[in-house]
Design a protein around this ligand. Structure first.
Ligand SMILES: [Mg+2]
Length: 359
């Protein structure tokens, strides 16, 4: 394995995103073979952009011409796409992911990665699994969209884990179980290995990942690539930046209007947790953001940047209280409350010694 600590990386992918959004908006489509596609009245044009799992079971696939899909599944319902609407829903999903408070990266309209390394360790795989289920439940309860999560030690393996866990799955593969889990799959399950590469491998008698691993030392580049992936030597996170971007804490609270005191107390508790985190990571924050979601699921936030970075609880609490009073000038029902510290700066121990000396 590459580094000194084994990374914990999650890949998340909304299940048949466009179709799931349409089902959410029109629940009568639930459980039926449905696909999103541009087409004409007699279905002689267009390709399938997204298909429900019921349609997939009947042979309909993304990228398939509508004519062919209709032949395979005459009852298939075709819905024209609403791209602007899907983008807005996607934005709401990523706002929710941002609230989780981990490093994250969006890679497409409905997919991305989370870096959980600082929060979890592979010795406590049960905690990683319950994180996956909580994350999935949260996306469903807040946005009514099904999502699959795959967690492993590299980006590529996390993505393969989510692929084999679809739909509505939570897959967790411990680093020690990687070979056992993936050995009987076709190499095509690895992102980057398409139809052409699979053909090339087949011509050389390689049909499974296991067979690619036995070809050692690798007789060609492609086999070498498969070995790199399975031996967990491919990239873990994006770029080399190991710097934390923000520390966030938030909680679903479901407080009534009369319970504003409970919301305040919870905000203070979250500030205290986030401040602890700043201290253990030797960081100070310059920007404080308070996040509030009301009973209508509208999320609002307000931020303030300090002139100097700080990790002082009393100061951060004062700022947060002020931001909260701007967001909630009158008591209101609150569904979620959160705090985020960003613009983080590492405290240089050497620097502080000099300052002490000057005093
Ligand atoms: Mg997807």
């Amino acid at each position: 394995m590459g580094g000194e600590t084994t990374e914990v990386i999650a890949h998340f992918d909304l299940d048949s995103f466009f179709v799931s959004v349409e089902i959410r908006e029109n629940p009568s489509l639930e459980g039926r073979p449905v696909a999103v596609a541009y087409s004409n009245e007699d279905f002689t044009q267009g390709v399938i952009l997204s298909a429900s799992y019921e349609a997939r079971k009947l042979g309909v696939q993304g990228g398939m011409p509508v004519t062919q899909a209709k032949r395979k599944c005459p009852e298939l319902e075709i819905i024209p796409p609403r791209h602007g609407f899907y983008s807005r829903v996607s934005k709401a999903v990523f706002e929710e992911i941002c609230l989780l408070g981990y490093e994250w990266k969006q890679t497409s309209i409905d997919e991305g990665y989370l870096r959980l390394t600082n929060a979890f360790s592979w010795d406590e795989i049960g905690e990683i699994e319950s994180f996956g289920h909580d994350f999935q439940d949260r996306i469903f309860s807040e946005l009514r969209l099904p999502i699959t999560i795959g967690i492993c030690s590299t980006r590529t393996l996390a993505k393969i884990t989510s692929t084999i866990s679809k739909p509505k799955g939570v897959g967790v593969v411990a680093p020690s179980k990687v070979i056992r889990t993936f050995k009987s799959y076709f190499p095509k399950i690895i992102p980057g290995i398409g139809v052409k590469a699979s053909e090339f491998l087949k011509q050389r008698g390689i049909y499974t990942i296991q067979q690619a691993l036995s070809d050692f030392p690798p007789s060609n580049k492609l086999v070498g690539f498969i070995q790199q992936v399975i031996y967990q030597r491919t990239s873990t996170w994006f770029g080399n930046t190991r710097k934390r971007k923000s520390i966030g804490k938030n909680r679903t609270i479901r407080a009534k209007k009369e319970e504003i005191g409970r919301v305040n107390a919870e905000l203070h508790r979250l500030i205290s947790l986030a401040t602890q985190k700043l201290k253990t990571e030797n960081l100070e924050t310059r920007t404080i953001t308070v996040i509030v979601r009301d009973e209508n699921y509208t999320t609002r936030s307000k931020a303030l940047s300090l002139s100097h970075s700080s990790q002082n609880y009393n100061l951060l609490e004062k700022v947060a209280d002020e931001l909260f009073s701007i967001l909630c000038p009158v008591p209101m029902a609150i569904r979620l409350i959160g705090i985020r510290f960003s613009n983080l700066e590492k405290i240089d121990p050497h620097q502080s010694k000099i300052t002490q000396f000057l005093h």
